[in-house]
Each structure stands twice: as C-alpha cells, then as structure tokens.
Design a protein around this ligand. Structure first.
Ligand SMILES: [Zn+2]
Length: 188
C-alpha cells in the first residue's frame, strides 16, 4: 500500500482538510485515498470497511473535502460559511441516511448506527457527518491554522501554546530558519 505522510490525529474532518497541504495532495488517486483511510482506521475502526474502487468514489470524497475546506477557510477568516458548502455537506449525508439499529446480543440490547446506501455514498456521508458534528460543537472555537507562512494545515488548539501543525513538519523548520536569520542580522 502506498505510504504517505498526511498529517493525522486531528478530528476526522480536519484530517480530511489536511490531506491537501500546500505542496501535495494526499487524495490524488484512489490508492492514496485508500492509504489515508487505512491510516485513519487506526482511530476510527468503522472506516476499515471502506475501500474506494473508482475515480467516481474518489471524486465524491474530494467534493466533501472541498466543502469542509471552504467552511474551515471561512471560519478562520471570520466570514460566514458559504451556503453552497453547507448544502454540499447536507447533501452528502442525505445520500446515505443513517439509522440506529437495535440489536440484541447475549440478552442485551445494543444500539448500532448504520448507514444506508452504497459504500462510496456511506463514506462521503460519514465524513460529512464528522464535519457537521465538529462545526456544531464548542471545540470549533479552537480552530487554528499553522503559523508557518507556507503551511495551510489546520488543527484544534489543544494546548494554548501550540503554534504549528506539528513540530517535525513546521515547528523545528521555522525555528531553525529564524535562528539563522537572527544570527545573520547580528553578523552584518
Ligand atoms: Zn505547518
């Protein structure tokens, strides 16, 4: 399976946005989408059932990413979210409605959420739902973009001093650049 270095570990909807850093597209092919899903299935086991097989499936997921990214960009800019993006997220969920199935195991009831519809529609709905829940939650107030000039990755401010998408990706790089800049200035 194709290996890639997409940033994962944020809420699923932000991880989806972060598959499109400034210099790469981690959802550029069906294979890379499946590699990303395998990466995310570690935290979200329900994603393990999905394996995209067609460019149409990929396009569907990329469309959800475009909508989520548009809302994220608007939030970070302090603008209202574009209604077309909001509608796209709702449409993705309507295409694969979910219901809570009552099941019984060992004399106990369990509530199991199930999505109807084809596999690719279910995956798009699952991602759109993750975005919907995040945007409607209080934690969206902690949305932030990485401070590195050439980085557009986003994250939730889990601790107040966090400034970078990740130390390895941007924090160290920017610190080293500033160090040299500072020393050059003093050498002049
Ligand atoms: Zn960054």
């Amino acid at each position: 399976m194709k290996q890639h270095d997409a940033l994962v570990g944020e809420p699923l909807a932000l991880d989806l946005v972060n598959t499109r850093p400034a210099d790469a597209d981690h959802l550029e092919s069906v294979e890379s989408l499946n590699a990303w899903l395998a990466l995310e299935a570690v935290r979200f086991p329900e994603l393990a059932e999905f394996e995209a097989e067609s460019d149409a499936a990929l396009a569907r997921i990329v469309a959800v990413r475009t909508a989520v990214t548009a809302v994220v960009d608007a939030l970070l800019a302090g603008r209202p979210a574009p209604s077309a993006a909001v509608e796209a997220l709702n449409a993705a969920q309507r295409a694969a409605p979910s219901f809570t199935r009552l099941s019984m195991k060992d004399d106990r009831f369990a509530a199991v959420k199930e999505y109807t519809g084809e596999s690719e529609a279910r995956l798009a709905a699952r991602l759109a739902e993750a975005a919907t829940e995040l945007f409607a939650s209080g934690s969206i107030g902690k949305l932030k973009r990485c401070e590195a000039d050439d980085c557009r990755l986003v994250f939730l401010l889990t601790h107040p001093k966090r400034r970078w998408c990740s130390a390895e990706r941007c924090g160290n790089r920017v610190r080293v650049a500033r160090y040299y800049q500072h020393h050059r200035k003093h050498a002049d």
